[in-house]
Design a protein around this ligand. Structure first.
Ligand code: 13P
Ligand code: SF4
Length: 319
């Protein structure tokens, strides 16, 4: 409606006025995705968000996503101001891997190379040798495995199990999971697949192994959108946050997009195919951040420098 249009116009104006660029994840409100694209920012997966912010000349980076994405931007760009619409936008993987538990765990296995998923705090990244995102986790771990390295993997047990199965690497696993992807259910997916034999199944690797086993394509959000663009199927069953449908519809116009089934509808489903923390990225919250400067990310310098090394190793490897 008109209130939304007005907020969008005001946000675009403030982005220019504040020398700020908006970097958005596919899981946020489509209005924010549109603003990012219409103002020279980007919508992408975690790896490309990090890259884009790092290479962009704006003095302020506004990250429409969750806290770890804002922290990654700050880790790579200490001289820039980094804002996120809500500092309460967490991630269950990050919450389930507190540095106070993770650091002694690593210390107990000094012979292992520490690889952490980007969905972690700056303090956890600071203890890591490598940060990875879902888009390059298999490639990077395969590379380390070829060098004979044994690995500590944290925090996502499902992504870890997938990487382990793909690479055969020796991986000591943390026991975290994503509240959204952990809810996808293989049995219900199998039934849905039987009703739509023409559909290809696209799965994010934060999903359980039984769900990944039914996939025609497994990958990061960008990789799943690419799969929808390139696979010939007329329909796709998609196991990831359903806000991805905005971009996927553009990438695969005319194709049918179907949500993969989750564990329970209603009471038992904590977050049915949409991340409650990504949902905090409203137009109103973004506007407030730009108006007030609230939501600034700070990372303690000693932590930042160490986290930067592990993050930079990922960017160098991915390059
Ligand atoms: P990617 O966009 O890197 O696939 O990450 C998914 C995710 O869980 C972000 O919260
Ligand atoms: Fe974290 Fe899952 Fe939300 Fe992504 S979708 S931010 S992995 S809780």
């Amino acid at each position: 409606g008109p209130a939304r249009d007005q907020a969008m116009a005001r946000i675009k104006h403030l982005l220019r006025e504040r020398d700020a660029v908006l970097v958005a994840h596919y899981y946020v409100d489509e209005a924010l995705q549109r603003i990012a694209e219409e103002t020279g920012g980007t919508v992408s997966d975690s790896l490309d968000m990090a890259r884009f912010g790092h290479e962009h000349p704006a003095s302020t980076i506004v990250v429409a996503g969750v806290r770890f994405m804002g922290e990654t931007a700050k880790i790579l760009n200490p001289e820039k101001r980094v804002l996120i619409p809500s500092l309460e936008a967490e991630c269950s993987l990050d919450l389930e891997c507190p540095a106070d538990d993770f650091i002694p765990f690593c210390d107990a296995h000094p012979e292992r190379t520490v690889v952490v998923y980007s969905n972690t705090s700056a303090a956890v990244k600071a203890r890591a040798d490598y940060v990875v995102t879902s888009s390059i986790a298999v490639k990077l771990v395969a590379h380390l495995h070829r060098q004979g390295k044994k690995i500590i993997w944290a925090p996502d047990k499902h992504l870890g199990a997938y990487v382990q199965a793909q690479t055969g690497a020796d991986m000591l696993m943390w026991n975290g999971s994503c509240v959204v992807h952990d809810e996808f259910r293989a049995q219900a997916l199998e039934q849905l697949k039987a009703r739509h034999p023409e559909a290809a199944v696209l799965v994010h690797p934060e999903s359980p192994a039984s769900v990944i086993a039914l996939a025609d394509a497994v990958g990061s959000t960008t990789q799943l959108i690419d799969a929808a663009r390139t696979l010939p199927n007329p329909a796709f069953i998609v196991a990831t946050d359903n806000r991805i449908f905005h971009k996927m519809r553009q990438a695969a116009p005319g194709k049918t997009l179907i949500e993969a089934p989750t564990g329970g509808h209603g009471a038992t489903c904590r977050s049915c195919a949409h991340c409650p923390w990504m949902a905090m990225n409203s137009l109103r919250a973004l506007l407030k951040t730009l108006e007030t400067g609230e939501g600034e990310i700070h990372v303690e310098e000693k932590t930042r420098v160490k986290a930067q090394q592990a993050t930079q190793r990922m960017l160098d490897f991915a390059a």
